[in-house]
Ligand binder design. Structure first.
Ligand SMILES: *[C@@H]1O[C@H](CO)[C@@H](O)[C@H](O)[C@H]1NC(C)=O
Ligand SMILES: *[C@@H]1O[C@H](CO)[C@@H](O)[C@H](O)[C@H]1NC(C)=O
Ligand SMILES: *[C@@H]1O[C@H](CO)[C@@H](O)[C@H](O)[C@H]1NC(C)=O
Ligand SMILES: *[C@@H]1O[C@H](CO)[C@@H](O)[C@H](O)[C@H]1NC(C)=O
Ligand SMILES: *[C@@H]1O[C@H](CO)[C@@H](O)[C@H](O)[C@H]1NC(C)=O
Ligand SMILES: *[C@@H]1O[C@H](CO)[C@@H](O)[C@H](O)[C@H]1NC(C)=O
Ligand SMILES: *[C@@H]1O[C@H](CO)[C@@H](O)[C@H](O)[C@H]1NC(C)=O
Ligand SMILES: *[C@@H]1O[C@H](CO)[C@@H](O)[C@H](O)[C@H]1NC(C)=O
Length: 658
């Protein structure tokens, strides 16, 4: 097959101009269960499709799996849970498989239209579930002659042979097992290991789940357990104990025999649905996709153990994304789950079990991103994570007509964020009320704190910006009387014209004076020339909340079903630190990065508070604008610095030449 960009409309004349035509519901809806690509695309097929976020052409995806970089080919590999035949997760006859894509730059992807691993063995007939790459099978970075390209690359996955694997039903021991797959052609094709499965089930039947192996080098655990071989290769398998709490199970892998997995112990003892609150979410009843990483700050040499956790069965309806503010009960609801992180320490009492105790925790994403999976880049050492940005805000009728579900996030770099000279935060002096920060040192009246830093991988961000068709900026904006927005809402406003409202990146920093903390600031993305459709991103320092208000993204003439798209606001707890350096006080700047890619929006605030969401706005035109906004007491004292917009960003998504 020739290289075809999925960004092109399928055939001239089959796609109505979306800016002109409305939803033509009489168009045939594709329902084929054999062709991977719909023979006829529905009118909605590309309406909400992103341009530079990865996804296959059609059907359902969920978790990103086993990401890795192969230094011998300089290619990134990304797998993902994919049902190539169904725009749903699966049914009794068509179970989930693994799709596969490669990229040289993490932006332009080539994906294989055939699944890399299909559910076609007795032990994985009900699904090839999520898994991880085994990093010991990569060639060591170094001279090309040392790359040993004859050794296979190996990954581990969850093989599922029957039902009974959700936390809501009694666990069926042995239905989830661990299997291996290897590649002798640098990851282009994958074969299952002949003696699968290699781990025949959970350690006991009182679990809520047992899946999603994540494999990494973890020398700290070798030291705790007093292991002399010191290879440091360990796996985490996620799950929980029924009627007790979620956990992750620790296994030691023999690097010379990858089929040898020795169970060590559950890693954490925590009560179901505990540790809830607006800063941290809720730990849920069962964990999935637990990843771990040691993060180190090169300046302070501080090092911390971190986990990224996908928690299901959550209950805390108060916190962030499930908040009902402004809700419309007819809107579709989300599955209760959170994407968490935790930082803390490891210990052992008798060198036979290892226990993790969290000291700080937060949400890796406050919106609808789930199932994050990560890897350490073997050359740069960067820790990169992807997540699944879900499609569940769309009603099933529209999702079915659209013909695809789910998107993979941009790669995020995770790092240890350290702040010195901290004497408090906008919410008060006492930072112990804000569990996302861990105190890590004290001198006189000021402290140092650490937290998880999360940002778009910087080479990817810069490369996307350099592809923009147009660029606009405002070096500095201080709200003044002539900026008063005398229309509804009041406040101050300054507009920035935008040529492509569907694909842009916005960056800005807002400086608060040390004496003023009540001004609300934000950005309004205006999607259409008539200024009827808009999304508002705002920060309220008194409430310490970031909000993405999606309520004004529905056309006046929207259909009944379009009105049920979930447009509930996204809320994230966020505070700004205050500093005291040699007697001079200051407030941390509010740093904003908005990545907007048609229906996908990823918002990064101070590289630690992240919201992924979907904006299903119909009637997006190429012309629109972004308004810088400020209101409330002290609005004239805030300064918007270095506001820049890069718009018209595209990427190439190609099908593999088979
Ligand atoms: C809905 O209104 C928009 C203008 O806001 C118009 O372009 C479109 O054709 C209308 N759609 C329908 C189905 O009436
Ligand atoms: C699964 O979905 C396919 C495609 O829609 C359908 O043909 C098949 O009958 C379904 N199987 C079951 C058991 O529902
Ligand atoms: C689960 O079952 C195992 C084996 O029967 C037992 O050792 C363990 O204590 C149980 N754990 C919990 C939390 O019930
Ligand atoms: C939820 O919010 C209500 C009202 O704001 C408050 O009384 C309650 O304590 C909150 N619950 C939790 C678990 O945070
Ligand atoms: C809620 O949605 C229904 C359509 O399902 C609509 O008629 C109603 O106006 C909406 N209410 C609000 C407050 O948005
Ligand atoms: C080691 O300590 C753990 C935790 O205190 C305990 O559960 C386990 O039974 C102990 N194992 C042995 C062999 O003493
Ligand atoms: C939009 O495009 C026009 C012409 O292509 C250009 O002159 C203008 O500067 C662009 N505007 C922005 C905000 O980039
Ligand atoms: C804050 O301080 C500035 C001078 O730095 C002053 O102009 C402004 O009025 C003060 N604002 C408030 C709300 O006190």
């Amino acid at each position: 097959m020739s290289l075809v960009s999925t960004l092109q409309p399928p055939l001239p004349g089959t796609m109505p101009d979306i800016a002109v035509h409305g939803l033509a519901r009489s168009q045939p809806v594709h329902t084929s269960n054999t062709a991977i690509y719909p023979a006829e695309h529905s009118t909605t097929f590309d309406l909400y499709r992103p341009a530079y976020h990865f996804q296959p052409t059609s059907n359902w995806i969920n978790d990103p799996c086993a990401p890795f970089f192969d230094p011998s080919t300089s290619l990134y590999h990304l797998f993902f849970q994919w049902n190539p035949y169904l725009n749903d997760w699966g049914n009794d006859t068509l179970a989930i498989a693994w799709g596969h894509a490669t990229s040289a730059n993490l932006i332009d992807w080539t994906f294989d239209e055939q699944p890399a691993l299909a559910p076609n063995e007795p032990y994985d007939f009900k699904g090839v579930f999520t898994g991880g790459f085994i990093p010991s099978t990569l060639p060591k970075p170094g001279p090309a002659s040392d790359l040993e390209p004859s050794a296979p690359l190996v990954l581990a996955y969850t093989s599922v042979k029957a039902g009974g694997v959700t936390f809501k039903e009694p666990y069926n021991l042995g239905t989830e097992t661990i299997s291996l797959a290897h590649s002798y052609d640098r990851g282009m094709t994958w074969q299952k290991y002949e003696s699968n499965p290699i781990v025949d089930g959970a350690p006991s039947n009182n679990v809520t789940g047992w899946r999603d192996p994540y494999i990494s080098y973890w020398p700290a655990v070798d030291r705790l357990l007093g292991r002399s071989d010191n290879s440091g290769l360990y796996a985490l398998i996620s799950g929980g104990f029924r009627d007790q709490g979620p956990t992750t199970f620790l296994y030691k892998i023999d690097p010379n025999d990858l089929t040898s997995w020795e169970y060590i112990s559950p890693l954490i003892d925590i009560q179901s649905n505990s540790r809830s609150g607006r800063w941290t979410g809720d730990v849920g009843k069962n964990w999935e996709c637990v990843n771990r990483m040691t993060l180190r700050d090169p300046d302070s040499e501080l090092e911390r153990e971190f986990f990224i956790i996908s928690a299901e069965g959550t209950e805390n309806i108060n916190s962030t994304s499930t908040t009902e503010t402004g809700s419309n009960s007819s809107m579709v609801t989300r599955t209760p789950r959170y994407q968490l992180w935790m930082a803390g320490t490891l210990s052992t009492t008798n060198q036979t079990t290892v226990t993790f105790a969290p000291l700080a925790s937060g949400l890796f994403d406050h919106g609808n991103l789930y199932a994050a999976n990560s890897f350490r880049h073997p050359v740069t050492g960067k820790l990169l994570a992807y997540g699944w940005i879900q499609e569940e805000d769309l009603p099933d009728e529209i999702r079915a007509e659209q013909g695809w579900s789910g998107v993979i996030s941009l790669p995020r770099e995770v790092y240890l964020q350290v702040h010195s000279n901290v004497n408090g935060h906008l919410g008060g002096r006492d930072l112990s009320q804000v569990p996302v920060f861990e105190p890590v040192g004290r001198t006189d009246e000021v402290d140092s704190y650490s937290t998880m830093g999360i940002k778009v991988e910087c080479d990817v961000l810069h490369s996307l910006q350099s592809r923009a068709a147009s660029h606009a900026s405002i070096a500095e904006w201080r709200p003044r009387a002539h900026d008063l927005n005398n229309g509804a809402g009041g406040g101050y406003r300054r507009d920035l014209a935008l040529n492509d409202t569907a694909h842009f990146i916005l960056q800005s920093s807002v400086r608060y004076p040390a004496n003023s903390t009540s001004a609300r600031v934000g950005f309004t993305i205006i999607h259409d020339a008539k200024q009827m459709l808009f999304t508002q991103i705002s920060y309220n320092p008194l409430k310490q909340t970031i909000t993405v208000d999606r309520s004004n993204t529905v056309r006046a003439n929207a259909t009944e079903i379009e009105r049920t798209i979930n447009r509930r606001p996204e809320l994230a707890a966020h505070t700004l630190l205050t500093y005291d350096k040699a007697g001079a006080s200051s407030v941390e700047k509010l740093d904003i990065v908005v990545v907007s890619d048609n229906s996908v929006l990823e918002l990064f605030v101070n590289e630690r508070t992240v919201i992924s969401t979907r904006i299903y706005v119909r009637g997006t035109s190429s012309v629109g604008s972004i308004s810088l906004c400020a209101d409330g007491l002290g609005a004239e004292d805030v300064v918007f610095e270095n506001t820049e917009v890069w718009s018209g960003i595209q990427a190439e998504m190609r099908q593999k030449d088979n």
